[in-house]
Design a protein around this ligand. Structure first.
Ligand SMILES: *Cc1c(COP(=O)(O)O)cnc(C)c1O
Length: 329
């Protein structure tokens, strides 16, 4: 056993694992199972809630009464943070990236409903100095008497990633109960915390799972570095020295498409098809691209060694609403 940091319990866990019968037989020929991390909650849904259980515990332990975080205008993470703050009776301040006038829709709409304070910054500011901007907001708010805590993008840092360390243990437990061993675990990679947590638990606990991330922005090299960085941060919390090579991090590159949060028509059609086949809604930014990538890789014969594949549905439903015009019915 290994002692990991403490958490608050806000997510609905464990999440179900279900087989996608028709997608598997119609499109693919291999067994695709879905881990329903989109059902960790309603307001607090998706993969970010698992990470926030750990980040917010650390924040509360430090006496924090306000959470500052950042993300794109339709950030699932920002919305989940706003909901967690409201639930705990503390405040939230979201720094959101946008390059123009935004319609109040999807996650951004929910951020407002949940009472978050919001500041917009440009894509350039976001890229170059989001951390400095959050630090300066923290300073301003401290002067007003708050005790703010900064959660970085996606809660993908040393502490947040334990959410998926724990999720890996959950998956192994479910494998035992189901009498199945997943040959591959696949998910979208956006800021790398989900992948990092699964990878770390898998290595340290010696589970021997094959884990693949489909990047939805940047490229393979970027995410290998990012994931290595997050893992090294989390090792600090468990006081372990642990060696791994970046070569062990499996990133399936090639499905970014038009860029982060931009959709191609084939991705939208795929989301529509899966919805009609399985009653499962994927999101346009992460899970739609990642599962499109997985199905494509399977069709190309790149997953032949893997019979039972577990895809983690990391959430993102609300991000679909602002994209409704891309659908044709
Ligand atoms: C943030 C997010 C991801 C990516 O997870 P990371 O841990 O940031 O790599 C995947 N899917 C959804 C729906 C997300 O909101």
């Amino acid at each position: 056993m290994i002692n990991i940091p403490g958490r608050i319990e806000i997510a609905n866990l464990p999440t179900k694992i279900e087989k996608l019968e028709r997608l598997s037989s119609k499109l693919v020929g291999q067994n695709i199972f879905l881990k329903r991390d989109d059902q960790t909650g309603t307001e607090m849904s998706g993969n970010k809630v698992r990470k926030l259980e750990f980040s917010v515990k650390e924040a509360l332990d430090q006496g924090c009464d306000l959470l500052i975080t950042c993300g794109g205008i339709q950030s699932n993470h920002a919305r989940a943070t706003a909901a967690v703050a409201a639930k705990l009776g503390i405040s939230s301040y979201l720094v959101l990236r946008t390059d123009g006038e935004e319609e109040i829709d999807g996650n951004y709409f929910l951020d407002k409903v949940l009472g978050a304070k919001i500041r917009f910054i440009t894509p350039e500011e976001y890229r170059e100095k989001r951390m400095e901007i959050m630090e300066s907001i923290k300073e301003e708010l401290s002067k007003e008497g708050y005790n703010p805590y900064i959660i970085p993008e996606g809660a993908s840092n040393g502490i947040g990633t334990f959410g998926y360390f724990k999720a890996m243990e959950e998956i192994v437990q479910q494998e035992k109960e189901m009498g199945i061993k997943f040959d591959a675990i696949v998910m979208a990679v956006g800021s790398g915390g989900t992948y990092s947590g699964l990878f770390l638990a898998n290595k340290i606990m010696g589970y021997g799972a094959k884990i693949y991330g489909v990047n939805v922005s940047n490229d393979e090299e970027y995410f290998k570095n990012q994931i290595e960085k997050v893992i090294n941060e989390s090792l600090f919390y468990i006081d372990k020295t642990f060696r791994f090579s970046k070569e062990e991090i499996n990133i399936i590159d090639g499905y970014v498409g038009r860029g982060y949060a931009l959709s191609r028509s084939e991705e939208i059609e795929f989301i529509h098809e899966v919805a009609k086949l399985e009653g499962v809604i994927l999101d346009p930014v992460y899970t739609g691209k990642a599962m499109y990538g997985l199905v494509n890789e399977i069709k190309e014969g790149n997953f032949k060694k893997h019979n039972n594949i577990l895809f983690i549905h990391t959430g993102g439903l609300y991000g679909l609403f602002p994209k409704k015009d891309l659908f044709s019915f």
